[in-house]
Design a protein around this ligand. Structure first.
Ligand SMILES: Cc1cc2nc3c(=O)[nH]c(=O)nc-3n(C[C@H](O)[C@H](O)[C@H](O)COP(=O)(O)OP(=O)(O)OC[C@H]3O[C@@H](n4cnc5c(N)ncnc54)[C@H](O)[C@@H]3O)c2cc1C
Length: 305
């Protein structure tokens, strides 16, 4: 593996910018994370072909990132390449009742597009940060409604094969779960909307936003819910019942607004967050016999926590 050689080749072949030793704290909503060896913006499909070939030949591990709003990156960073999508993946338009979008578009932009066009279907997504690609990979939404429910099709880039379109109904959508990211890089989607009443759409969005403002610690860096809600219960309720709301580990704290959120209250490290998560999981297992599953994704090494 030669990062230096791969860097030279990537710079020579790609349209998008390539950086070395990029601090991942700049690319996560937690504001936490050490450097990635390589940070690559793919501006077009041929960039994806070139980077997957070069990184493969140089035996460099890589991953795709959206806005890093569901991610904890190790303090030591990532010994590999982080790929983000640029230029060609930022296009979006509504044709008839279908919203076509590149994976790099902010989900909030699509929510606004739909609202402006008087189309219903994305009200549940108001206030969810991140990109369309991240939302599809995570099947973002609420407990009852998620983006998978409105997906007509998804286009993936599969290294060595190229673009591959999948119908929405062929994807196994589950609560905060899909297999899309394991099948390729999500580059584009078509969402199915329906004509709606503008007043009703606005009221649904406003109600959802004010619920978020009341129940989420929006003033401090965080990555949303850290655990998936267990069947028939809520992770926040369990953590609060275990007396751990407000618990601290270094600069990380269980939010006192919502116990399923961990906030970076003052210079938290990834290790602080990971240790606090472990403490919460241990406590819930010991007290209730319930195994909490992380919703937050991890990047880099977390052996110590
Ligand atoms: C304040 C706050 C509130 C939140 N509220 C909600 C909520 O209500 N509901 C909810 O579901 N989530 C919520 N989240 C979590 C998060 O915003 C979502 O999971 C979001 O969809 C992640 O998008 P992202 O672009 O930031 O993805 P990232 O965090 O960058 O990535 C998440 C995962 O998706 C993969 N991925 C990203 N892009 C691609 C791609 N193009 N192809 C393949 N894989 C990809 C990454 O490898 C990673 O595994 C919240 C987060 C915050 C900070």
């Amino acid at each position: 593996m030669s990062v230096a050689r791969a860097y030279e080749r990537l710079c020579a072949e790609l349209a998008g910018p390539v950086r070395r030793d990029e601090p991942m704290a700049r690319h996560t909503t937690f504001r936490i994370g050490g450097p990635a060896d390589l940070f690559i913006q793919a501006d077009c499909v041929s960039d994806l072909s070139a980077l997957s070939r070069i990184l493969g030949e140089d035996h460099i591990e890589w991953t795709v990132l959206g806005k890093g709003s569901n991610l904890l990156v190790s303090d030591e960073g990532y010994r590999g390449a982080v790929v983000v999508l640029g230029r060609d993946f930022r296009r979006h338009s509504i044709v008839d009742s279908y919203l076509h979008s590149g994976a790099a578009v902010a989900l909030a932009t699509l929510v606004q597009d739909a609202f402006s066009a008087g189309m219903s279907g994305l009200e549940f997504a108001v206030g969810i940060p991140g990109t369309v690609g991240g939302a599809l990979a995570m099947n973002a939404g609420s407990r009852d409604e998620w983006i998978g429910g409105v997906v007509e099709s998804v286009t993936l880039f599969v290294p060595g094969q190229g673009l591959r379109a999948i119908r929405g109904h062929e994807v196994p959508w589950g609560y905060r779960r899909t297999d899309l990211a394991s099948r390729g890089i999500i580059v584009e989607t078509v969402l199915r909307l329906a004509e709606g009443d503008a007043g009703r759409i606005r009221r649904a969005m406003e109600a959802s936003l004010s619920r978020r403002k009341r129940s989420q610690p929006l003033g401090l860096p965080n990555a949303g819910s850290v655990f998936v809600n267990p069947e028939g219960d809520s992770a926040g309720r369990l953590i609060e019942a275990a007396g751990l709301k407000g618990a601290r580990q270094g600069g990380a704290q269980v939010s006192d607004v919502h116990a399923n959120f961990i906030v970076n209250s003052s210079g938290a490290t990834a290790r602080d967050v990971a240790m606090l998560m472990k403490r919460l999981r241990d406590a819930i297992r010991d007290q209730y016999g319930i195994e909490l599953t992380p919703e937050v994704r991890f990047l880099g090494s977390f052996d110590a926590a």
